[in-house]
Design a protein around this ligand. Structure first.
Ligand SMILES: [Zn+2]
Length: 131
């Protein structure tokens, strides 16, 4: 039977970026790859690893200040990453006063304009004037 495979997820930095870059450089990692890791985190940085190898890499990277998670590669093959439902466009309301588009808020976070009057539901309407 095939041995179980693991992958490493780089979730960001705990330590200093400069130090991390230096240490990665000394490990022979290309700066462009380090750039990509930092830019796209969380990102899978190693795949098809034995648990032993995965632990070794995780230990090494953690020592450099990286946040590393070891993932079971097979359990990752379900398409569960697309389950987040898209926000319907109808729930986005542009503020009539400043134009800031927001979703499901009563008061514009930018200018304080009350948006509750925009909806047809009269619920929650408070008759207080701010003037
Ligand atoms: Zn506004």
């Amino acid at each position: 039977m095939a041995p179980k495979m693991y992958q490493l997820l780089f979730a960001g930095l705990l330590g200093e970026e400069k130090k991390f870059r230096e240490m990665m450089y000394h490990q022979g990692v290309r700066p462009s790859l380090v750039d990509q890791m930092l830019r796209e985190a969380p990102i899978i940085v190693k795949q098809n690893l034995s648990l032993k190898a995965a632990r070794k890499y995780a230990e090494l990277l953690s020592a450099m200040g990286a946040r590393i998670t070891i993932l079971d590669q097979f359990s990752q093959q379900d398409d569960e990453q697309d389950t987040e439902p898209p926000t319907p466009m109808s729930s986005f309301v542009p503020c009539p006063q400043c134009g800031l588009v927001q979703s499901n808020v009563n008061v514009c976070p930018r200018c304080g304009f009350r948006l509750t009057g925009q909806s047809c539901k009269g619920e929650g309407r408070v008759a207080s004037d701010r003037t």
